[in-house]
Design a binder for this molecule. Structure first.
Ligand code: GBH
Length: 478
């Protein structure tokens, strides 16, 4: 790790020396241990959010409904009937939220743009007032020295688009929107992220029905929806490159992540196979520009209908791959034809406040390593990582979220291992800056490192915010 800076260590050593007169054993803080906690110079520390989860102001300045407005307002679809109508009111409080970012010392902020603010009817007629809002947000970020990482689609699809992701024209509409935004914001934004989490807006929206628009379609139609999702990404990449030639472009994906049960050759091979196979319709297709034959054979007559040029667009070269990492599966080698077996999640396996966030920090290391070994991306960003916690406010007004600190520290230790082994990880975006509208879970799950009192909109930094601030300041695990 030649790139590491030793300056921070020097400061800490001086501080402990100053305490040496006290009748306490000196805290050991040797050179070796300081180095082993360090991140590379230039590493981007950031936070992430998404438009519908934080903005509120759903009718402001010409915005029209997204499929999430409709879904959340449909009885029984979200916890407690919660909606994003107000959320964190970040639409109005964005300056305060940027102050929180500034206090943390982050270098980057991953935010998303609300498609229905820019094209309230999905396509055709752009809404200047919506665009102007984001110009104000971006200007505020830039004035504070924070680099924006802009996601174009984080699930708030304009309701007006007929058929939603069932329709191929939605992918084309996305490209039109992406190209327009890239052109209009190219002076302010140097990094664009097309879409967030293919499986979340396709499978959960159209197969399981947990997310908007809440459909449960048969396999052939689900595969077509998935195809339109990755096609939107591919056409989006082309449109962004045409309109903002100097911007860097990638996507944010949450592949199913596999940890080999034993770190040896056969189990690592099994994890690699599982990563490629289990992510076939999404990450594999995008990074190979082709669906694996095994996937097409498996789906048979239900396989997606592909038009000429689709796969070329889908496989458009990327400047980076963004990975959202929360919870892995464990996998082992076996004698089956595919060569791996995914371990069932045991009922007693520990998890964070959200039951789906089982604790598996090694997933962070293996996500990076396996994606790099399989596909050799130019760069990786961790575009999301974080967890929910109960976050009770103490009588003293504090939120002592030690379990979140544990979760983050363990994941960053594994990320650091990947970096130390030479994998090109350039930055990390913590999910999330603020407690917010957690989709189907409404306001019942808190992911922020700042607590939000949804009645008063007051923000309170949690212990995890203090911890993250210290990590950023030292560019190291703390
Ligand atoms: C990300 O999704 C999203 O990008 C972000 O918007 C979100 O707030 C964040 O993570 C935290 O959830 O209830 O067992 O059926 C993560 C992918 C997809 C994981 C939906 C949870 C529901 C699991 N998520 N999934 S379950």
């Amino acid at each position: 790790m030649k790139e590491l800076t030793r300056r921070q260590f020097g400061k800490s050593a001086a501080a402990s020396a100053a305490l040496a007169g006290l009748a306490l054993p000196q805290v050991s803080f040797g050179q070796a241990s300081a180095d082993s906690q360090q991140f590379p110079r230039g590493f981007v520390w950031g936070c992430a959010t998404a438009a519908y989860q934080i903005e509120g102001a759903v009718s402001a300045d010409g915005r029209k409904p997204s499929i999430w407005d409709i879904f959340a307002h449909t009885p029984g679809k979200t916890h407690n009937g919660d909606t994003g109508d107000v959320a964190d009111d970040s639409y109005h409080l964005y300056k305060e939220d940027i102050r929180l970012l500034k206090n943390l010392g982050v270098g980057g902020y991953r935010l998303s743009i609300s498609w229905p603010r820019i094209f309230p009817h999905g396509t055709w007629q752009a809404n200047q007032a919506g665009l102007d809002y984001y110009k104000r947000v971006l200007d505020e970020l830039l004035a504070n020295g924070i680099t924006p990482y802009v996601t174009l689609f984080h699930w708030d699809l304009p309701e007006a688009l007929p058929g939603g992701w069932q329709s191929r024209t939605t992918a084309q509409a996305f490209a039109g929107y992406a190209g327009y935004v890239a052109r209009e914001l190219a002076d302010r934004v140097k990094v664009f992220i097309t879409t967030n989490e293919f499986s979340s807006f396709t499978d959960l929206g159209y197969r399981t029905g947990q997310f908007a628009p809440g459909l449960k379609l048969p396999a052939a139609q689900v595969n077509q929806v998935r195809h339109h999702g990755i096609l939107a990404h591919g056409l989006g990449v082309q449109a962004i490159r045409a309109n903002a030639p100097s911007a860097r472009v990638g996507m944010a994906e949450n592949p199913t992540v596999f940890v080999p049960v034993i770190e040896d050759r056969e189990n690592i091979t099994a994890a690699q196979r599982a990563t490629r196979e289990e992510n076939a319709p999404f990450l594999t297709a995008v990074l190979e520009g082709k669906y694996p034959d095994s996937y097409l054979e498996r789906e048979g007559a239900n396989a997606p209908k592909i038009e000429a040029g689709d796969m070329k667009a889908i496989g458009s070269p990327l400047d980076f791959v963004g990975l959202n990492v929360y919870a892995p599966y464990y996998v082992r080698a076996d004698g089956s034809p595919k060569g791996y077996a995914i371990e069932p999640r045991q009922a007693g396996y520990p998890h964070m406040d959200s039951p789906w966030i089982v604790i598996g920090p090694e997933g962070m290391y293996w996500a990076v390593r396996l994606v790099c070994d399989l596909w050799h991306p130019k760069a990786i960003y961790i575009t999301e990582n974080g967890c929910s916690a109960e976050d009770v406010v103490t009588p003293a007004g504090r939120i002592e979220d030690t379990e979140r600190v544990m979760y983050l520290r363990a994941h960053l230790a594994n990320l650091r291992r990947a970096i130390a082994e030479g994998f090109p990880v350039k930055g990390y975006f913590l999910w999330s800056l603020l407690d917010n509208f957690e989709w189907a879970d409404g306001y019942s799950k808190r992911f922020g490192i700042h607590y939000v009192d949804f009645k008063t909109q007051k923000r309170i930094p949690k212990l995890s915010a203090e911890w993250y601030r210290a990590a950023i300041a030292r560019n190291a695990l703390v």
